[in-house]
Design a protein around this ligand. Structure first.
Ligand code: SF4
Length: 391
């Protein structure tokens, strides 16, 4: 039976049997809301923070068996390092045991607000060894358009801080196709990024999400999306420059130095089980995807009342699961590994998708290399079309 929303809690989920390897923990607080962002975030407020962390501790206690140790822990948000010092102590106390054997612990951070003592404490208490820095751009004008309050120089400071504390894995996030951005701007952002020698770069094309300030500005005619052909050129430039600098383009939005790929995200791309805790966080266990309540007060109230803080429950039918597994694998440079697909789903990929694979290969969007089925160079730039065909 799928878990039902707000069902009074009876016993911890049998995670040990479901064998998820990845734990995501959502810390929603941000110094200020960015106008393009549709994540579950909240303004900084210390009393809300206390209540939230108490609720999170309840969710941890009820859902995570004591002896369970994930391979990866991802602290996302929001801006996790915006927690107050007592908040960070509480987080360390609650999550410390679960981080003790993780092979990868990632912290998302804002380049301007990352403080040495907080990063040092998170490194010591939760073994943070990977930093994901929301740089987005290094140029004042574009940062202003994006409503970001850091400067390009803050990114360099944060990278230096991370390295001084022994955090060797640093991922830089860049946003492209920002209104008003020229190709020369992107080249400058890439120059600045590469000069910092990160181990990983994630790239995101700007999207206008419903109910964001950006979408409202677009509806009023004050902002407009970059034309599609320009977006394709931005993407091609990012790909050319990052690959030219020795990064492996190992997933549609992700580039890594050899061996520095994101283990945690690989769990998502392989459609393997994971647990998400906190407001708005999603979990995927045994073909059932649950999403927690987004509103912090509602999330906390449910846990305080002994209920599960779940908002949505989606049981993936077997056909959807197959399609999703195939598409997620195609997002990666590894592509679909038929033996893994068979092990994970019980089906032969070439049998279930014979027509789609033939059509996409004929269109030059897929290729087969060493027994793996993956996007061709053309398919990488047209990944959305491949997704439509498969999903
Ligand atoms: S800092 Fe990140 S999570 Fe917070 S509002 Fe901005 S984009 Fe959203």
């Amino acid at each position: 039976m799928p878990p039902s929303p707000n069902k009074p809690h009876t016993a911890p989920l049998p995670l040990a049997r479901l064998r998820p390897r990845a734990l995501y923990v959502h810390l929603p607080f941000c110094a200020r809301r960015c106008p393009y962002c549709d994540f579950a975030t909240a303004p900084l407020d210390r009393s809300v923070e206390r209540r939230y962390l108490d609720a999170l501790a309840l969710e941890v206690r009820r859902r995570l068996p004591e002896g369970w140790r994930p391979d990866t822990l991802y602290l996302g948000g929001g801006t996790p390092a915006e927690l107050s010092s007592p908040g960070i102590e509480r987080l360390v106390e609650v999550l410390g045991p679960y981080a003790s054997e993780a092979r990868e612990v990632t912290l998302e951070a804002n380049p301007r607000t990352l403080l040495p003592r907080k990063l040092a404490r998170l490194r010591e208490g939760l073994r943070v060894g990977r930093l994901s820095l929301g740089a987005q751009s290094f140029q004042a004008e574009l940062l202003e358009t994006l409503g970001r309050f850091h400067r390009g120089s803050d990114v360099a400071r944060a990278v230096e801080l991370a390295r001084s504390l022994g955090v060797e894995d640093v991922s830089v996030d860049l946003i492209y196709a920002v209104p008003g951005q020229e190709l020369a701007d992107l080249e400058r952002d890439l120059d600045a990024t590469l000069a910092l020698e990160p181990t990983h770069v994630s790239i995101y094309g700007l999207t206008f999400e419903p109910e964001t300030a950006f979408e409202a500005a677009r509806a009023r005619g004050e902002l407009s999306e970059q034309p599609e052909e320009r977006q394709v050129r931005f993407y091609a430039t990012l790909r050319r420059r990052l690959r030219g600098a020795g990064f492996l383009h190992y997933e549609i939005s992700s580039f890594a130095r050899p061996g520095r790929y994101a283990r945690h995200n690989r769990v998502y791309w392989r459609n393997h089980p994971y647990v998400g805790l906190g407001n708005g966080a999603a979990s995927h266990l045994r073909g059932v995807r649950t999403t927690n309540l987004r509103d912090i007060a509602a999330y906390a109230a449910a846990l305080e009342a002994g209920q599960r803080p779940v908002d949505q429950v989606e049981r993936l039918d077997p056909a959807s699961k197959l399609r999703e597994t195939a598409y997620l694998a195609l997002r990666t440079s590894e592509g679909i590994v038929p033996a893994r697909f068979l092990r994970d789903t019980g089906h032969e990929v070439r049998e279930v998708f014979s027509e789609e694979l033939a059509r996409l290969t004929e269109l030059g969007l897929l290729e087969e290399v060493e027994g793996r089925i993956r996007l061709s160079g053309r398919g990488v730039s047209l990944a959305d079309a491949v997704a439509r065909e498969l999903l």
